[in-house]
Design a binder for this molecule. Structure first.
Ligand SMILES: Nc1ncnc2c1ncn2[C@@H]1O[C@H](COP(=O)(O)OP(=O)(O)OP(=O)(O)O)[C@@H](O)[C@H]1O
Ligand SMILES: [Mg+2]
Length: 252
């Protein structure tokens, strides 16, 4: 049975999508069959993977819509061992409809169930809100990874996310646990960043620290993960560390 991992943080721009994609590629390169699900109407993960959202009819929208299309029909192969369920803008409208449905928290969990045994890992890229979509991701997940920028407001936003995780665990998904925090966009020269990283390390389990580096950004417009275009880059090593942590401690 594949482990489902949500990359979640209600704060915007903390590298959820970048982390999902790079960890997905790292797991695939390590020989693990990995499915990534783009759960954000901005479709950033879809674009990062080099796909054009409007070229595809079968997306996460068809999976979550009433009379849902099986997720297997909305899954696209990116490279050996790496698969993606893409997103598109209409997911924003669907969200409103989802809120009106009974048992709305487990729509994604029920959709994933038939394919769980086909993959080693299923990674979910969450949108930047504690919306019904993020709740669906947390209700489906065995583990949560929390990308967080090394700045004070991002640090302060973590408690709210952890409260939500605890509530989902109590109410709908008892096996949900936090695998750890990925410190992102770290700038060692900046004193604030060093202090926040230390606070994060004291309070949470920091599985990797990814520096703010041009190579990470460049990978997005090239449709390539950092370990593919710059294998010796520090960010590549850190994302491989996250993948190793998942393989070591992420199992269920
Ligand atoms: N380590 C890094 N160094 C430099 N730039 C980075 C790094 N990680 C991410 N970025 C850039 O920061 C921006 C935000 O990253 P990303 O889209 O992954 O965040 P997000 O949390 O998914 O955002 P959103 O909340 O909008 O979904 C992107 O332009 C990305 O290329
Ligand atoms: Mg994103």
């Amino acid at each position: 049975m594949g482990t489902v991992i949500a990359f979640a943080n209600q704060k915007g721009g903390v590298a959820k999508t970048t982390s999902t994609y790079n960890v997905g590629v790292a797991l695939a390169l390590a020989g693990k069959k990995t499915l990534m699900i783009d759960l954000d109407s901005q479709a950033s993960l879809t674009i990062s993977a080099g796909m054009e959202p409007y070229d595809y009819e079968n997306t996460i929208v068809s999976v979550l819509d009433k009379g849902s299309t099986p997720i297997s029909r909305c899954t696209h192969e990116l490279q050996p061992n790496l698969y993606l369920v893409p997103s598109r803008l209409e997911l924003a409208q669907l969200e409103v409809v989802m809120i009106g449905r009974p048992v709305r928290e487990t729509i994604l969990r029920r959709a994933i169930a038939p394919v769980r045994s086909l993959y080693d890992y299923i990674l979910i890229d969450c949108p930047p809100q504690l919306s019904i979509l993020t709740i669906n991701a947390l209700a489906s997940a065995d583990r949560v990874l929390i990308p967080v920028k090394t700045d004070y407001l991002a640090y302060r936003g973590l408690e709210q996310l952890l409260d939500t995780v605890a509530e989902i665990r109590d109410l709908v998904n008892p096996q949900l646990t936090v695998l750890g925090v990925i410190a992102t966009m770290y700038e060692m020269r900046v004193k604030d960043d060093r202090e926040i990283l230390q606070l994060l390390q004291e309070k949470y389990s920091v599985v990797a620290t990814v520096k703010k580096l041009a190579a990470v950004k460049k990978g997005v417009c090239d449709g390539k993960a950092v370990m593919e275009q710059a294998p010796t880059n520090d960010a590549a090593t850190e994302y491989e560390k996250v993948a190793a942590c998942i393989m070591e401690k992420g199992g269920i």
